[in-house]
Design a protein around this ligand. Structure first.
Ligand SMILES: [Zn+2]
Length: 440
């Protein structure tokens, strides 16, 4: 008797072409509408779903800025659906810096190369490949799956996830949990031991514009109310400030698990020294130990001998889950009474517990394909579309499974040059996701 899994095209074979073809559709996001947009990629995805009998809906928030949503019925319609989402846009890439053209989707040395290979057309392709195979074979997931392929994640999701959550919340409102980027990839501890980092938390984002007002006047006069001086002082105070180390539940669990794996004592009184001993893992989590604020833009004045009435600056603030109020109180204290702030971009922090059925489904699926696997939660210092879906009460997990060779600097490839994903990693991810869906 033939195994149903042998029927037709296999996801493991198809995933590579899907990934390459998605990379070859340039969806560079410049943070405005000047890029090519996501429409061509959305139409590609919609066609791939349509081929296997799914009826996807394409939503356009602005001409060219398209997202695709589809619902696949599960065996138990009484259970809350699982949301699986991925973004279709990528950050721009300058071909001159790359070994292989960033929008060619070349297959070289066992890797698929190009912008989006890890962020995150790899996961888009894995999800498409797995669900296409399941649908071809008539394998029903245990509960409904809502699929979303989204525009504009790289600029905060204003024209993608956030727009859909605001304009069409009914598409996702009954989903209880979601999986997407940035997690599920392996970090090698020893030859036969790999940690798979599952994202269960994200720092919040506070891009702020600071403004100092003073008395305008001639540059030759005595002026004790100079906006440039006030602003420069406040910016320097913020930029030099070191927020204290504060361990959130996720970061604490992560450190305990990782220290145990590396047989390093976890020194609660000197967390940074402990982290420094963790090798490549250290870089990923350094920024999740504390709040940060980095000054990024300065503006003020227009002529050397004219004191302007105002001066402005922009800063990039990132705050820990659960500690937002405390963060802003400290920022205000550092700014002082003469400098005001307003948001350019303000998105919440995210934190979900690392427990329950969905977490054991991830863990079991990983261990079934890698007997040296251990899943651990971690906090991402950046942000993803999880922030938008959290506002609907959905629990978010970064789970885009990839088994990676130890020498590959995976986290360094996000938005970096020569972004590439191993073919073996894609095939592994497809097998894990397929098992995960059965267990979810
Ligand atoms: Zn991404």
């Amino acid at each position: 008797m033939a195994d149903a899994r042998d029927a037709g095209v296999k996801a493991e074979d198809e995933v590579v072409d899907l990934c390459r073809e998605l990379i070859a559709i340039d969806t560079s996001n410049y943070g405005d509408h000047s890029g090519p947009g996501e429409r061509a990629a959305a139409e590609y995805v919609a066609e791939k779903l349509d081929e296997v009998g799914v009826e996807p809906a394409v939503y356009e928030s602005h001409p060219g800025r398209s997202s695709v949503v589809a619902r696949i019925p599960g065996a138990d319609p009484g259970r809350a659906p699982l949301l699986i989402h991925g973004h279709l846009d990528v950050v721009p890439a300058d071909a001159a810096d790359w070994t292989h053209h960033p929008f060619a989707g070349e297959l070289v040395d066992g890797c698929v190369w190009g912008r989006g290979a890890v962020d995150m057309k790899d996961m888009d392709a894995m999800v498409l490949a797995v669900l296409r195979q399941r649908l071809r074979e008539g394998r029903t997931p245990p509960r409904d799956i809502v699929l979303a392929f989204l525009a504009d994640e790289e600029a905060g999701g204003t024209w993608g996830a956030k727009w859909l959550v605001d304009q069409h919340p009914e598409l996702f409102a009954d989903c209880s949990e979601a999986i997407s980027e940035v997690g599920g990839f392996s970090v090698t501890v020893a030859e036969n031991r790999r940690l798979y980092l599952i994202e269960t938390a994200e720092k919040g984002i506070a891009w702020m514009r600071l403004k100092a007002r003073g008395t305008a006047g001639h540059g030759s006069m005595v002026n004790d109310d100079n906006a440039v001086t006030e602003l420069a002082d406040a910016v320097a105070r913020l930029g030099r400030h070191r927020f204290p180390v504060q361990l959130t539940t996720t970061v604490r669990t992560f450190l305990e698990e990782v220290c145990a794996e590396f047989a390093i004592p976890f020194d609660e009184d000197d967390v940074e020294a402990t982290v420094a001993r963790l090798g490549t893992v250290a870089g990923m989590i350094g920024a999740t130990l504390r709040h940060t604020v980095n000054p990024t833009v300065l503006n003020g004045g227009y002529k050397a001998n004219v004191i302007p009435g105002t001066a402005t600056a922009e800063v990039d603030g990132r705050f820990l889950p659960g500690l937002e109020d405390e963060f802003f109180a400290e920022v205000d204290r550092l700014l002082g009474p003469k400098v005001t702030r307003e948001f350019i971009h303000h998105l919440p922090a995210v934190e979900t517990e690392f427990e329950g059925g969905i977490v054991s489904a991830m863990s079991q699926a990983l261990m079934a394909e890698d007997d040296g696997a251990k899943a651990v939660p971690y906090c991402l210092s950046g942000g993803t579309d999880a922030k938008s879906f959290q506002t609907l009460g959905i629990k978010n997990y970064g789970f885009a499974p990839l088994r990676l060779p130890p020498e590959l600097n995976f986290s360094g490839m996000f938005h970096g040059v020569d972004e590439r994903v191993p073919v073996d990693g894609l095939r592994f991810g497809v097998r894990v996701l397929d098992r995960f869906i059965d267990l979810s």
